[in-house]
Design a protein around this ligand. Structure first.
Ligand SMILES: [Zn+2]
Length: 93
């Protein structure tokens, strides 16, 4: 059995953590839905519940939605710019 600190460092480097969920081999019980799940020794939420929280946060936050929209708009402009450049180049060849 490893010391807690070693387990912690190894787990944090190799494992995946998101809110109350962490990957691992322990059988845990979710504090939200009460279902058992396989995760890190210190995990308190199952991945399904964590994903629900992330979705809810994203969809309920106007700031986050605006950021996503802005990102998509920016990419759209870049893509359109590239389309124009390609068609201009093709016309001269
Ligand atoms: Zn859960």
């Amino acid at each position: 059995m490893k010391h807690d600190i070693e387990y912690d460092i190894e787990g944090r480097v190799r494992g995946f953590y998101l809110l109350g969920f962490g990957t691992g081999t322990y059988t845990c019980k979710c504090v939200d839905c009460g279902k058992p799940f396989i995760g890190d020794k210190r995990a308190i939420q199952c991945l399904e519940c964590v994903i629900k929280i992330v979705e809810k946060k994203l969809l309920s936050s106007k700031m986050l939605l605006l950021r996503v929209q802005e990102y998509m708009d920016t990419n759209d402009k870049e893509i359109n710019h590239l389309k124009v450049l390609i068609s201009e180049q093709l016309r001269t060849k």
